[in-house]
Design a protein around this ligand. Structure first.
Ligand code: NAD
Length: 467
């Protein structure tokens, strides 16, 4: 792991895709480079009075669109290379799904389970202060969001800290993934996993593509294994299960479990909460180690933990026909080639986990517009639908029940509009990259990079260079 270079891997994938585009070297180098890299260290006074120095990063990969956007990660894996790679992926991901932001990423090198809640709050607030002082946060500058190890709680601390420092009218837009009461949006918590579901659903709906990998179209009855039951993994598993797919395996930090008959997600989550792990869950077999389940029999494998999980060591043993990259960078370049050779369909991270940033975009729009989506039109739409339905009743012998009226005359509120926007984005973007895949005879990852480079290249070309 120590000599693993994530940023290099992202750039290798970029370079491969660039050969299918028309942009000259200068433009491609501009797109690829990281514009700002901030490395900070600051002291934390621990609850017992001792002092520890904390290290953190924030990388703004591309300023072609402002603000820049990307999550904040709390993990011991965090370092400059990882943050640069993740920031670059954000630029390409935003371009693939037409979200008008530059890419960014932040991280603090800690294992959050080693700190109390009040220590985590002090770390988060001090980190935000450092970002503010260095002009690395603001609704028009750089807007963080949750990532591995962080959630709405941390985003709430970030907003509150920012507010103490700035009287900006649009302050709520300085961070997304906040609690709803603090200006967050309905649907953001589940957005990344929901987007993963929409993406896999779309891929599985394509008869021709499924035939190519020897699977029937549709999700019903397909088996899946998920690595990491955190925010993204849990929500992806939830929506896939609701659509009739069967979760047969799970990997978590403490180990991995398998059951051919299927694993009930909600009971497993309660068990995990009670015991702190997944091992020993009723009706499942505990496997030798946490990575073993990745190699088990299933149709879809969803890595939803960290990068570098499918690598040279295990790629040859992975049996899944579809790899749904919910995590960022879970498959190394070498593993990608091995899986591809075996005929697996890899749905790449720079498309598949874009649901989070898509709904973050909606949240930011809500914040700078200062109005909730649907507030103006929901009631108007409902009244109009009711009028239409009453005309239908008048000209036919059909009388709608109260229950039917509720469904048929529903106007779009925030929750429905966010979900519709997310679904539309994931479906359209999948079809865009799938067409490029077929056009150039490449895989979906290369196609997603081609899509991003084409969109970014035009902007860079027209932007020119500031003296
Ligand atoms: P999270 O902290 O909520 O959950 C991660 C889970 O993975 C945890 O339950 C952890 O115990 C587990 N885990 C860690 N190492 C593991 C291992 N070796 N084997 C099995 N399980 C392991 O994080 P998250 O927000 O769900 O993020 C997961 C991935 O998705 C990351 O790569 C992140 O960059 C990516 N992502 C997240 C978002 C988002 O909105 N949160 C958006 C886009 C991409």
């Amino acid at each position: 792991m120590s000599d693993y270079k994530f940023y290099l891997q992202v750039n290798k994938a970029f370079d491969k895709a660039a050969t299918y585009t028309q942009y000259d070297r200068g433009i491609l180098e501009q797109i690829k480079s990281c514009n700002n890299v901030l490395h900070i260290s600051f002291p934390l006074e621990k609850d017992d009075g001792s002092i520890e120095v904390i290290e953190g990063w924030r990388v703004e990969h591309s300023h072609h669109k402002m603000p820049t956007k990307g999550g904040i990660r709390y993990s011991l894996t965090v370092n400059e290379d990882e943050t640069m790679a993740l920031a670059a992926l954000m630029t390409y991901k935003c371009a693939v799904v037409d979200v008008p932001f530059g890419g960014a990423k932040g991280g603090i090198k800690i294992n959050k389970s080693n700190y109390s809640d009040s220590e985590l709050e002090r770390i988060t607030r001090r980190y935000t202060f450092e970002l503010y002082k260095k002009n690395f946060i603001g609704p028009g500058t750089d807007v963080p969001a949750p990532d591995y190890g962080t959630s709405a709680r941390e985003m709430g601390w970030i907003l509150d800290t920012y507010r103490q420092l700035s009287s900006d009218l649009n302050a709520e837009g300085c961070v997304t993934g906040k609690p709803i009461q603090m200006g967050g949006i309905r649907g953001r918590t589940e957005a990344t996993g929901r987007g993963v579901f929409f993406g896999i659903h779309e891929a599985c709906s394509n008869k021709e593509d499924m035939k190519e990998i020897g699977l029937e179209p549709g999700l019903e009855g397909k088996t899946f294994v998920v690595q990491g039951l955190g925010n993204v993994g849990y929500h992806a598993a939830k929506y896939l299960s609701e659509a009739g797919a069967i979760m047969v395996g799970v990997a978590e930090i403490d180990g991995s479990i398998y059951s051919k008959k299927g694993i009930d997600l909600e009971s497993l989550m309660s068990y995990k909460k009670e015991t702190g792990g997944i091992l020993g869950f009723k009706g499942t077999k505990s496997l030798s180690d946490t990575y073993a389940v990745l190699e088990s029999e299933c149709d879809i494998l969803i890595p939803a933990a960290l990068e570098n999980q499918l690598n040279e060591k295990n790629a040859g043993k992975i049996k899944a026909k579809i790899i749904g990259e919910a995590a960022n960078g879970p498959t190394t370049t070498e593993a990608h080639e091995i899986l591809k050779k075996r005929g697996a369909l890899i749905i790449p991270d720079n498309y598949l986990n874009a649901g989070g940033v898509t709904v973050s975009y909606f949240e930011w729009l809500k914040n700078i517009q200062h109005v909730r989506f649907g507030r103006m039109e929901k009631r108007f739409e409902e009244d109009s639908y009711k009028k239409i339905l009453s005309v239908i009743e008048a000209v036919s012998d059909r009388k709608f029940s109260e229950k039917e009226l509720k469904v048929l005359a529903q106007g779009g509120g925030e929750e429905e509009l966010v979900d519709s926007g997310l679904k539309d984005t994931m479906i359209n973007s999948y079809n865009q990259i799938n067409e490029l895949r077929k056009l150039h005879g490449v895989d979906l990852r290369t196609a997603a990079f081609i899509s991003a480079i084409n969109k970014l290249g035009i902007i860079y070309d027209q932007m020119g260079i500031f003296p």
